[in-house]
Design a protein around this ligand. Structure first.
Ligand code: HEC
Length: 224
């Protein structure tokens, strides 16, 4: 095989590598991520104007998102939720057919219509709310009753601890002859991040190959 053949092979390999570099770089431009901080003006194959892009590669990883009820409620400790429900017992019963007290009986409350328990007279604030007690609605109401329904007669300052609240909601979900379905888990952002990390590692490997190819090319030229 002549030298020309190997030149062609090297050309194809380089073209492929450059293509991968360009695509990966485009990905970083579109989705700034922590993997991008490995790229600087010094080590990129061509100049990148970070200033024009904005603040440059972001190292920020956004952890906060909507609560993944499908995931957390399936794993929540229902026994802990039952213990947490003692805080509500001064005003609520939780058993099937239980009496209304200061507040309405809460058996089967998940997905029940808001302010609709037989024999209880609700405040105008709660009556005015549309819809059902979804997981998200219960979560928000129990965290801060008067914030969620300004003027509610539920004089309870709220349960600030996220875990306790979710355990309590998992417990309330269990209080039904036909427990409400759990929503499907949200898109798995953790695995998306893993893919991004893998891309970063692949990039480093590719950059190394390019460097070696450059060195080899220089050596080769030196021979002529
Ligand atoms: C001091 C008494 C009191 C405490 C403590 C209390 N609640 Fe209430 N709760 C009420 C009252 C009163 C209402 C009716 C509110 C209205 O009409 O505005 C209510 C309403 C509710 C509703 C809406 C029910 C429906 O039928 O729409 C839910 C859900 C609820 N409470 C959950 C809880 C949970 C969970 C706790 C414990 C973490 C708790 N409450 C603690 C008094 C209380």
């Amino acid at each position: 095989m002549g030298e020309l053949f190997w030149n062609k092979v090297a050309g194809v390999v380089l073209a492929t590598v450059l293509g991968v570099l360009a695509i990966t770089e485009l990905g970083h431009l579109l989705v700034p991520s922590h993997a991008a901080h490995e790229l600087t003006a010094e080590n990129t194959a061509y100049p990148v104007d970070w200033a024009a892009i904005g603040s440059g590669p972001s190292t920020e990883v956004v952890e906060e998102g909507p609560t993944d009820y499908g995931l957390v409620l399936a794993a929540a400790d229902i026994g802990a939720g039952e213990r947490a429900a003692r805080r509500c017992a001064a005003c609520h019963t939780f058993n099937e057919g239980g009496a209304n007290g200061v507040g309405p009986n809460l058996w089967g409350i998940v997905n029940a219509d808001i302010a609709n328990h037989a024999g209880f007279s609700y405040s105008a604030a709660l009556e005015g709310l549309e819809g059902a007690w979804t997981y998200a609605a219960l979560d928000a109401f129990i965290e801060n009753p008067s914030g969620y329904a300004s003027g509610t007669a539920m004089s309870f300052r709220g349960l600030g601890n996220d875990d306790t609240r979710l355990e309590l909601i998992a417990y309330m979900r269990s209080l039904s002859n036909n427990p409400a379905p759990l929503p499907a888990p949200l898109a798995d952002t953790a695995s998306l991040r893993a893919v991004d990390d893998a891309m970063g590692t692949a990039m480093e490997a590719v950059e190394e190959v390019v460097e070696h190819a450059d060195d080899a090319g220089e050596d080769h030229e030196g021979e002529h």
